[in-house]
Design a protein. Structure first.
Length: 72
């Protein structure tokens, strides 16, 4: 899966327009990245990538790129 495809998955999850996200974006600067989207991220990561996220891992995410690193 390409980086662009991973970004597209996150954009869809956050209900953002295509191309709205880039790897270096700070998650604190994305208004749509809230508690509900974090729950959606947990489900997305487990369903699509078999990765189980916990609260500490999610709190450690600072940029979009931090999330992408676990999407393998």
């Amino acid at each position: 899966m390409t980086e662009r495809e991973k970004l597209a998955m996150l954009e869809e999850m956050l209900e953002l327009e295509e191309g709205a996200l880039n790897v270096d974006m700070e998650l604190d600067d994305i208004e749509e990245y809230d508690s509900m989207s974090k729950l959606s991220l947990i489900v997305l990561m487990e369903d699509e990538f078999g990765v189980k996220l916990d609260a500490n891992t999610i709190r450690g995410f600072k940029t979009v790129g931090d999330i992408l690193k676990l999407m393998v």
